[in-house]
Design a protein around this ligand. Structure first.
Ligand SMILES: Nc1nc2c(ncn2[C@@H]2O[C@H](COP(=O)(O)OP(=O)(O)OP(=O)(O)O)[C@@H](O)[C@H]2O)c(=O)[nH]1
Length: 345
């Protein structure tokens, strides 16, 4: 069934695996990204692999829906599992029935695919189970060229401990999925609401100097001046107990691990801002090679004056070059952060 190798199976198929913690904006991203891609002239199919996502929770109409294979409510009532256990069971059930998915996808091979993965139970699914890895590897074997898009709510920048945790989860998802990877700080339009950040936004997007954030543990939403005052006061206070010393050593080690891999960095996203979505897409296209394929197609179609190929070629030239990233970060700071960031690094 799955390995028949019809003619359409010979063509590579491009897409995105959208992952991230619960509420990070995955479903909204799939919906917004599909609208953006459609406007660019790409035909899109959204594949809903989150069994908890159905009915009114879904803003888009999925081309393939895991609900047609396994019902979350059915699993919960039949096996007496809670929501997390039922999601894990459902994804493992999908892994065992991958032919079902491959068959469903066959009708959409000519389209650009967006896979909406579950967030609930998401961390366990990556750390303790191999089902998502196996699903992704099988798709790759069938020439699905995918970029993992890992969304993290920008809210986590407002607290040092939380930020270290999400960076670690991002690193882990990069290592476990083994896909081209784009990490995204979502909902950046809300960042000003969380109060002053300890550092400029570039600190959180680049993640190159993680150990500097250690001083801000348990000191959320305070600027550098305020923190300096507190740290001076701390010298006069008795040292913390053995547990907190161990905890702070562990946190330092985690930061060292993240830094020494040198893999994690983020790009920012406001899903309602087309320019912001376009920047994220340009990174995704570079990561999975779509940009190369589409350039070749554009060149081939130029003689035939295919308008879709021309639009894609225009898109590429508009979003090539790293200078644009710096300009974009500056514009995010100006629009959404005002003077809320601290240390001017
Ligand atoms: N302001 C703002 N809100 C956003 C953005 N992206 C998502 N949201 C909101 O964040 C909430 C959660 O978004 P979802 O798309 O449901 O998140 P999810 O990751 O799919 O959630 P789970 O399926 O529970 O894992 C919704 O209320 C969205 O409207 C954004 O860029 N800006």
């Amino acid at each position: 069934m799955a390995d028949d190798g019809g003619e359409e199976d010979q063509l590579p198929c491009f897409g995105q695996i959208v992952v991230g913690p619960p509420g990070s904006g995955k479903t909204t991203f799939c919906h917004g990204m599909s609208q953006y891609l459609t406007a660019l002239g790409r035909e899109v199919a959204i594949i809903n692999l989150d069994p908890a996502n159905h009915g009114e929770r879904l803003p888009y109409k999925p081309a393939v829906d895991i609900e047609d294979l396994v019902s979350l409510e059915g699993v919960m009532s039949t096996l007496g599992l809670g929501p997390n256990g039922a999601i894990i069971y459902s994804i493992e059930f999908l892994e065992k029935n991958l032919d079902w998915l491959l068959d469903k996808l066959r009708a959409h091979r000519a389209k650009y695919l967006l896979f909406d993965f579950p967030g609930q139970a998401g961390v366990e699914l990556f750390t303790h189970y191999t089902c998502i890895q196996n699903i992704v590897q099988t798709l790759q074997k069938h020439d699905y060229r995918l970029t993992a898009v890992h969304l993290v709510d920008a809210y986590h920048c407002s607290d040092a401990s939380r930020f270290i945790s999400v960076v670690l989860v991002s690193l882990m998802s990069m290592m476990r999925l083994e896909l081209p990877h784009v990490n995204v700080l979502s909902k950046v339009d809300l960042i000003e609401q969380y109060g002053p950040l300890a550092f400029n936004l570039d600190f959180f997007t680049e993640c190159t100097d993680m150990t500097r954030i250690l001083d801000y543990i348990d000191a959320p939403a305070r600027g550098a001046d305020e923190l300096d005052r507190d740290l001076q006061g701390a010298h006069e206070r008795p040292q913390g107990d053995a547990t907190s010393k161990k905890l702070s050593r562990l946190t330092r080690e985690i930061c060292d691990v993240v830094e020494s891999f040198g893999l994690v960095s983020f790009t920012t996203l406001d899903i309602q801002d087309g320019e912001s979505v376009g920047r994220v897409l340009s990174k995704i296209d570079k990561a999975n090679g779509y940009v190369v394929q589409s350039a070749a197609a554009a060149a081939a179609a130029q003689q035939g004056r295919d308008p879709r190929a021309a639009a894609n070629a225009l898109f590429q030239s508009a979003f090539s070059g790293n200078e644009a990233d710096y300009e974009h970060l500056a514009s995010v700071r100006e629009r959404h952060m005002g003077r809320t960031s601290g240390d001017d690094t």
